[in-house]
Design a protein around this ligand. Structure first.
Ligand code: NAD
Length: 484
């Protein structure tokens, strides 16, 4: 990758690129600490303008008059443009996040294109139901529901998978007929700028998408508190999720919260360890562990702990840390110095609490915020097993019987995802039924598919994105009773 064309730096409001009143902020390359570019930073008055534009487009602009079929055509056009610019998206994501370019291209950008296509297909299929009910005061009644767009959606995104997660929020909201004000993560805002360019090029009317960059406590907080926003769609940490939910309560905004995880992988005694090792390791090390569904609690039947430990250590030894644009690299950097220090703090706490380190555990002496793939053997009581690290750190935890495995799997405040590794379908199905999580994988693990509901239980969140559930989460149900 020799030259990467950087996107525009201004705010995108009402179909125009405009300067911000909140100053600027630098965007850092996490693999060497250099500054990639400097973006404009929205203050509360900029957020007001963005929400006004989204309100106008929703309440009385051309967007409100388009049919579902026309919205679907625009979304398919946007999917085509994202696909045409796939390499630029992947390059910007690799540069901004520090993740391998090929991962960004093959996973993130590919799934973003599929997400826009999936929701393009829903746009003319948003409908209610006719519900049989008894006569009303002796007269027949016809009762039906309509699904109407919820209105202006304030979308706030994290930095770990910006192309993919932004596509989830935009595609579902636009398909439902909503308009959007997007506040990207300040650590990885570049792909959202490119997306705004393409939304414009695809012919979406002004105000349908508005992008306001800036710090969470300023720009994000202004969006969250804004009375003109009808729904908040947030992906990020539980700490900020709580702030968003509290702010939403003041004006009874709808909320979808996609928060963190501490997902278990349960490896039963009969599992094919050789076959599962590459996927189980990917679940811990992909994106340097900065994935919300990372399977970092590796619960292993005691009879297989040695096999699994050596197979996963072997997978860790195959990881190549380095330049995201080098095709041999399998793991890039963490997002910033704070995240690197946080992950190293967890590794130190694992050692201090008596966990046995199998491999890794160091931050290589080089520029950028790299951490080695790290595996511990320990217990579910350790801090490294209880708290979300968001780094390439997994803990192998022995169990003795299936009941204990399910108890340990559920012994966490989180409930996002779980993986079950077994050749016994009965064991898999009864384990799946016992897990308090939003998504279970049996004998594999991967990124969410746009057609399937995605979200968590407990501290992992509220509501679902993607698939029909994700579409309906951007609608309100209106009931009509006709008495005749
Ligand atoms: P974060 O909570 O720090 O930030 C997320 C977003 O919230 C950013 O855009 C940030 O600017 C904004 N923000 C911060 N303070 C705010 C405030 N006071 N008001 C409004 N907005 C504010 O999260 P992060 O560090 O960017 O992302 C990592 C977290 O995201 C992890 O916990 C991870 O598990 C979670 N995550 C969850 C999913 C999922 O689908 N469940 C997917 C990816 C990441």
């Amino acid at each position: 990758m020799t030259h990467i064309e950087l996107p525009r730096t201004e705010l995108f409001i009402n179909g125009e690129w405009c300067p911000a009143k909140g100053g600027t902020f630098d965007v850092e390359n996490p693999t060497d600490g250099s500054t990639i570019t400097t973006l404009e930073s929205a203050d509360a008055s900029d957020v007001d303008r963005a929400v006004d534009a989204a309100r106008q487009a929703f309440d009385s602009g051309p967007w409100s008059r388009l049919t579902g079929l026309e919205r679907g055509r625009l979304l398919n056009g946007l999917a085509d443009l994202v696909e045409q610019h796939a390499e630029r998206f992947a390059a910007l994501e690799a540069l901004d996040v520090g993740k391998p370019y090929l991962d960004a291209l093959v996973v993130d950008v590919d799934l973003a294109v599929k997400t826009f296509r999936h929701f393009a297909g829903w746009a003319d299929k948003v409908h209610g139901a006719t519900i049989p009910v008894p006569d009303h005061m002796g007269r027949p009644r016809l009762s039906y529901t309509e699904r109407v767009p919820v209105g202006v959606v304030g979308a706030i995104t994290p930095w770990n998978a910006p192309t993919m997660i932004t596509s989830w929020k935009l595609a579902s909201a636009l398909a439902a007929g909503c308009t959007v004000v997007l506040k990207p993560a300040e650590d990885a805002p570049l792909v959202s700028q490119l997306l705004a360019e393409l939304v414009d090029a695809a012919g979406f009317p002004p105000g349908v998408l508005n992008v306001v960059n800036g710090p969470g406590h300023v720009t994000g907080a202004a969006l969250t508190a804004h009375p003109g926003v009808d729904k908040l769609s947030f992906t990020g940490s539980p700490e900020v999720g709580r702030l968003i939910a509290r702010a939403a309560a003041d004006s009874f905004k709808a909320v979808t919260l996609e928060l963190g995880g501490k997902s278990p992988q349960i490896i039963f005694a009969d599992a094919d360890v050789e076959a599962l090792a590459p996927v189980a390791a990917t679940s811990v090390f992909a994106n340097s562990g900065q994935t919300c569904a990372a399977g970092t609690r590796i619960l292993v039947h005691r009879s297989r702990v040695d096999d699994v430990t050596s197979a996963l250590a072997e997978q860790a030894s195959r990881q190549r840390l380095g330049d995201p644009f080098d095709a041999a690299t399998t793991m890039g950097s963490l997002i910033n110095a704070g995240q690197r220090d946080r992950v190293m703090g967890y590794i130190e706490s694992g050692l201090a609490e008596g966990a046995e380190v199998v491999t890794g555990g160091r931050a290589p002496a080089r520029a950028g915020y790299f951490v080695e793939p790290t595996l511990f053997v320990g217990t579910n009581e350790l801090r490294i097993a209880r708290q979300e690290i968001f780094g390439p750190v997994g803990t192998i935890i022995p169990f003795d019987d299936p009941e204990e495995a399910i108890r340990l799997a559920n012994a966490t405040e989180y409930g996002l995802a779980a993986v079950i590794w077994t050749r016994d379908i009965n064991a898999a199905m009864s384990a799946a039924r016992g897990l308090k999580v939003g998504a279970v994988w049996v004998n594999s693990w991967g990124a969410p598919d746009p057609g399937l509901p995605w979200g968590g239980m407990k501290t992992s969140g509220v509501g679902r994105e993607l698939g029909l559930s994700g579409l309906l989460a951007n609608t309100e149900e209106r009931l009509v009773n006709i008495v005749y």
